[in-house]
Design a protein around this ligand. Structure first.
Ligand SMILES: Cc1ncc(COP(=O)(O)O)c(C=O)c1O
Length: 391
């Protein structure tokens, strides 16, 4: 390459899974039968009604052109109805909902719309890596905030309040939490909204897991009275509707915030395929029974995942929500990277080492429930005679 890359590439690393999966594919090409229990990529299909709608709509010739930058009204209306039914939160379909090509792109659009170079972004000390990666990409500084492990990983707002927040512009939160599996908590949400108002911080809640193995009522940050003044919420159909490859999510919030994001987004993409939007609207009407059946399957898988973790002598909290299990590695092994490497290279099992979510994750691994029970059984067999002192 004779052209020099932008300075931002000096601080931006390729996403962990983007590089690690390449290595896993190479190992597989060399004949290693690797089973991945690393990624949250739902293996079950969307509802049949969703697929039927996609097929029907893609046969209509007029449906193949560019669509509105704010998406079609039918999708926004379906999101509005679903949000009311799921979280009892009332949104204006016209102005307070912006469908996205997956919630991940929303992290970039929000950052581009609200951050100036030198601003600070509060990111969880354990969390989805894109929050800090994107902050740094746009010239802002990602500042990690502490989480209270013994209070189910809620942000330690008291400690945070004592720090200099004068440059803090955005705070990212995510409950049900990935990677820890901590559930959403109404009281904690209320405190976070008060904190955001007191410090004039835009609080962005990333909420893709509220329908997966969540034993409590699904919660939206926007249900806190007055939240719309300072909060945006991202949601996604990737995990909740088994539609990760479709790339459909949305951001919800006050019109003024949404309009700012549209200014960026309308210069980046040109809308989503109409049949996909109509099919997504159909998926949002899935009956409760569809979600219950899907969670029943995850629950059975989770029983096998517990056994896998037991064989690895990991410890874990059984009250976790979401499609992963977050588990502490035995002190005798020490680091999650050591365990993950041992499992990959010696047992052909790919797990996620916790360090990729932050330093505090160094002693944890994350395993996914997105694989069939037979494969989880196979993982168990591979671990039958494991002696952790060998690792
Ligand atoms: C916490 C969190 N936020 C956002 C995303 C991205 O989801 P989407 O598929 O909607 O882009 C993920 C995906 O794994 C995630 O775990």
């Amino acid at each position: 390459m004779i052209i020099e890359t932008a300075d931002r590439l000096k601080i931006t690393k390729e996403y962990y899974f983007s590089t690690k999966l390449q290595e896993v594919r190479e190992l597989m090409a060399r004949g290693n039968d690797i089973i991945s229990i690393a990624i949250g990529n739902p293996d079950m299909p969307p509802s049949q009604a969703t697929i039927d709608e996609l097929n029907k709509q893609s046969n209509i010739h007029e449906n193949h052109g560019y669509q509105s930058y704010r998406s079609i009204p039918e999708l926004r209306q379906a999101i509005r109805d679903w949000t009311l039914k799921t979280y009892n939160v009332s949104l204006d379909a016209e102005s307070e909902i912006l469908p996205l090509i997956g919630s991940k792109e929303g992290i970039t659009h929000i950052s581009l719309a609200f951050l100036n170079p030198g601003d600070e972004v509060l990111v969880p000390e354990l969390g989805y890596p894109a929050y800090s990666a994107v902050a740094e990409m746009v010239g802002a500084k990602a500042v990690k905030y502490p989480m209270l492990e013994n209070e189910n990983w809620i942000p330690d707002l008291q400690t945070l309040q004592q720090s200099d927040l004068s440059k803090a512009k955005i705070m990212w939160i995510n409950y049900p939490n990935m990677p820890t599996g901590a559930p959403a908590n109404k009281k904690a949400f209320e405190s976070m909204i008060s904190f955001a108002k007191k410090n004039s911080i835009l609080i962005c809640h990333d909420n893709p897991y509220s329908l997966v193995l969540n034993e409590g009522a699904p919660l939206s940050l926007l249900s806190v009275p007055g939240a719309k003044e300072v909060a945006l919420e991202l949601n996604s159909m990737s995990k909740s509707h088994n539609m990760a490859g479709w790339r459909i999510g949305w951001v919800a919030g006050d019109k003024s915030y949404i309009d700012a994001i549209v200014k960026i987004k309308s210069n980046v993409d040109s809308g989503m395929f109409k049949p996909m939007q109509l099919a997504a609207a159909a998926a949002l009407q899935n009956p409760e029974s569809w979600h219950i059946a899907r969670n029943d399957e995850y629950r059975e898988r989770r029983e096998l995942a517990y056994q896998i973790l037991d064989r690895l002598s990991c410890t874990y909290d059984k009250r976790q929500t979401g499609m992963f299990l977050w588990a502490k590695v035995d002190d005798a092994i020490g680091s999650s990277e050591k365990l993950a490497d041992y499992l990959l290279y010696k047992k052909n099992i790919f797990v996620t080492p916790g360090f990729i979510y932050g330093e505090k994750g160094e002693k944890y691994i994350r395993i996914s429930l997105c694989l069939k029970q037979q494969l989880l059984q196979k993982v168990l067999q591979r671990l039958e005679s494991i002696d952790i002192t060998e690792i």
